[in-house]
Design a protein around this ligand. Structure first.
Ligand SMILES: *Cc1c(COP(=O)(O)O)cnc(C)c1O
Length: 364
């Protein structure tokens, strides 16, 4: 029997979250962001649940190729654009739309030999200072692109730095709107936080939105709001089993460094999951976990392959019991990935993406 740890991708939950996102931005088309192998879920595993999107946005050309080989013939957008000249040939061959965020990418396009002009998303740096042309340089980039025979339609893009926080998007939106006022073309602005928090109040205008994390059932502004409050469902569940139990006496300690010591007699379980599976080693004693769908807590340090769990509230559980590290138990109880991420001092995004190769993923 293989080691009992396994991840599950929930197709119904992906569909539900996509509908939820559409409802939040009903006038916009939706790029489902599937970068980083669909936030660790596996592109092939999410395709069925997300194929109702209007397009797929990603970064790696081999992921674009995988989308095409899955049979997707609709739009695909490269969020960072091309990395070298050869990528442009692939864009022509696979009909990929691509971001242009710097002069070097305009240079490459102007030297590219293609029969079919490319659909471009010209990116503005409206304040995040990561990718894009500054407002002062945006127009000249647009004019230069517009003169190239290699370029078909030019759409306009920007990315918000603070859609999930108190600073908000108003200033970046003002800069973007003002600079692009009289330019033709479709606009794309929002990530998950942008569209859930700001689309309904009309603060952002977008022909296309670009949700990622919300589709995967993690709240973009946790702990301000959790997935239940956003009506999102977990799409990735990490489950394993108890492979041992121990009965502790008061004064007994648990695991490397003896960082947890029992103050009364208690029963603990050992789950087959550790940091080599992608579970964060930083999770302290008290990190939430479910045994047979019942919430309890981790004890002591996370080791490479195992974690100790408190079975005080799980009297009927023992060797072989199901453990849900995050997501949904097979009985339907939910432990949001955001709560585990918070205990580790990180975000749901990082946990999803860090799931290790030795964890098999099953679509259900
Ligand atoms: C990753 C990414 C998104 C999606 O962001 P979420 O916070 O996961 O919704 C949108 N736009 C760009 C440019 C991105 O890189």
């Amino acid at each position: 029997m293989p080691r009992p740890i396994q991840a599950f991708v929930h197709t119904d939950a992906l569909r539900h979250n996509l509908e939820r996102v559409r409802a939040a931005a009903p006038d916009a088309r939706v790029w489902a962001v599937v970068k980083a192998n669909a936030y660790g879920h596996g592109i092939a595993h999410v395709f069925e649940g997300l194929r109702g999107a209007d397009g797929f946005a990603l970064l790696d050309l081999d992921e674009a190729q995988r989308m095409r080989s899955l049979g997707w013939r609709g739009p695909i957008l490269l969020l960072e654009g091309v990395f070298d000249m050869r990528d442009l040939e692939l864009c022509s061959r696979l009909d990929l739309w691509h971001t242009v965020h710097c002069d070097e990418q305009v240079d490459m396009l102007s030297a590219h030999k293609t029969q079919v002009p490319h659909r471009i998303f010209l990116k503005m740096n409206s304040g995040m200072n990561r990718l894009g042309f500054t407002p002062a340089r945006f127009r000249s980039a647009w004019t230069r692109l517009n003169q190239l025979p290699q370029v078909d339609e030019i759409s306009l893009a920007t990315h918000f730095s603070d859609a999930d926080g108190p600073k908000g998007v108003a200033e970046q939106m003002r800069v973007f709107t003002k600079t692009t006022e009289d330019l033709p073309g479709e606009r794309t602005t929002c990530n998950s936080a942008g569209l859930l928090r700001h689309a309904s109040d009309g603060a952002v205008a977008a022909d296309w939105v670009r949700p990622g994390i919300a589709l995967y059932g993690s709240s973009p502004d946790f702990p301000e709001r959790n997935i239940a409050q956003w009506d999102l469902q977990p799409t990735l569940s990490l489950r394993s089993r108890l492979i041992a139990t121990q009965d502790l006496q008061a004064g007994d300690s648990v695991g490397y460094g003896s960082t947890f010591t029992a103050d009364t007699p208690m029963r603990i379980g050992i789950v087959a999951c550790g940091y080599a599976d992608g579970y964060p080693r930083h999770c302290p004693t008290g990190t939430p976990v479910m045994v047979d769908g019942v919430r309890t807590r981790t004890l002591g340090r996370v080791s490479m392959d195992m974690i100790a769990l408190d079975l005080t509230s799980c009297a009927d559980s023992g060797h072989g019991s199901e453990v849900t590290l995050w997501g949904k138990s097979s009985s339907g109880s939910v432990l949001p990935i955001d709560e585990v991420a918070q205990a580790a001092g990180t975000v749901g995004y990082e946990l999803m993406c860090a799931l290790s190769g030795r964890v098999g993923i099953t679509q259900d």
